[in-house]
Ligand binder design. Structure first.
Ligand code: SF4
Length: 404
């Protein structure tokens, strides 16, 4: 059974051999993940959206809490935006959560609440691109839909030894064709009886290996795609890949030619840009001043303390507080500094606790709202401002004359 990769600079290890190696390896090494215990397309969809840009160990508690609170598409469609944001708080990239809800509402309207099984219908939903549609259709419905994300790109460029930049249109299209050929080749693969026995008694002791029965063998498309994801996440990692235990090692062009560290060739990265913000935690009679971010900015709809960007390096905290709050503080004290990154920005956020002279003069419609600590717990804060909120509980009130 000769197989061919697309015409390109990709070397051509035998696709069927790679498929067989990947399926056997996945059968014996697949991690026990909560969303792998179900074929509910809704549950798999939620896991795939959460896993975008986010590690498995971070996602597990979020997915578990989400599924407990919102067990169906209809429940997501009906939930309040505040509830959606609160369940997503800390996961980042909040547009994912808003798209999930929009998509859930579309599923209710167009598909009667049943998650669609056709690739084109899945792809048409908000927040679902070709990779996610391919992942859902292959994992939930065992369709031969290819997947290609950063992990899979890394595995394929190394195994097939391409030094072209996978972000380039033509190379990217070739990688998609390769992923398509790989998943399609999984249909031909059958585990042998001896390999089944071996898997069943593998050192993992996992007697429920995914490919040890005829019924589970029929799910080869799902297993093949998941094996690529798993290999990229656990073995063929960006740094220090574990070639010594890799199932694809004997066919891997990059390994054979000692080019593993060079691939994938992602070109030059844009240098990170440093940005500096200051935030002010104002308290009045046990209430804190907070505001909600507008709809058209990063972290839209999430909550934060009044803040501003410092553009010229040095700043006067009192003047900055007056600018951010509309009134001059009577005292001010450093609270904490939070460092984090968003896309290509490295952000330093300095927080101060402030006492205000004339809180009535604050134009609340512009600056924010007063909320009790109990009310703040119900709001979804940006990750950085959530850290500031937590640090407020570790500090007492601001001394009346501090910082002046
Ligand atoms: Fe990746 Fe190394 Fe395996 Fe090749 S042999 S696929 S470089 S882990």
């Amino acid at each position: 059974m000769a197989s061919r990769t697309p015409k390109s600079e990709f070397r051509t290890p035998n696709l069927n051999r790679i498929t067989g190696l990947l399926l056997r390896w996945f059968s014996a090494n697949a991690r026990e993940l909560p969303w792998r215990r179900t074929r509910d397309p809704y549950a798999i969809w939620v896991s795939e959206i959460m896993l975008q840009q986010t590690q498995v160990k971070t996602v597990i508690p979020y997915w578990t809490a989400w599924m407990a609170e919102l067990p169906t598409v209809a429940a997501v469609a009906k939930a309040s935006p505040d509830k959606i944001h609160k369940l997503w708080e800390g996961l980042g990239y909040y547009s994912r959560a808003r798209n999930l809800q929009q998509a859930a509402r579309q599923i209710v309207e167009k598909h009667g609440g049943k998650f669609p099984a056709h690739f084109d219908d899945v792809l048409a939903l908000p927040g679902i691109g070709r990779y996610t549609a391919g992942a859902i259709c292959s994992i939930a419905f065992n369709q031969p839909t290819p997947i290609l994300d950063g992990n899979v790109i890394r595995v394929l460029t190394r195994v097939f030894g391409t030094s072209k930049n996978p972000k380039e249109k033509e190379t990217n299209a070739q990688l998609w064709k390769l992923a398509e050929a790989l998943v399609a080749s999984a249909a031909k693969y059958r585990t042998t009886r001896s390999s089944q026995r071996k898997e069943a008694h593998s050192k993992t002791g996992n007697s429920q290996s995914l490919l040890t029965s005829a019924a589970t063998r029929a799910r080869n498309y799902s297993a093949l795609n998941q094996s690529l994801m798993e290999l990229g996440a656990l073995v063929c990692t960006p740094r220090n890949p574990q070639c010594g235990i890799c199932p694809a090692q004997k066919l891997c062009v990059a390994f054979r030619e000692n080019r593993v560290a060079e691939l994938p060739n992602l070109g030059k990265r844009d240098a990170a840009t440093a940005r500096h913000f200051v935030a002010f935690v104002a308290e009045r009679n046990g209430h804190f001043l907070v505001r909600q971010r507008p709809a058209d900015v990063v972290n839209a709809h999430l909550w934060e303390f009044p803040n501003m960007e410092i553009l010229n390096g040095k700043f006067n905290p009192n003047l900055a507080a007056k600018s951010a709050l509309g009134v001059e503080p009577s005292s001010l004290q450093p609270l904490c500094t939070v460092k984090h990154s968003i896309t290509r920005y490295r952000i330093t956020l300095e927080a101060f606790r402030v006492n205000l002279k004339r809180t009535r003069k604050i134009r609340l419609s512009e600056i924010g709202v007063w909320r009790t600590p109990a009310q703040l717990q119900q709001l979804a804060f940006t990750a950085a401002h959530g850290k500031i909120l937590r640090s407020t509980s570790h500090h007492g009130p601001v001394p009346k004359s501090a910082g002046r």
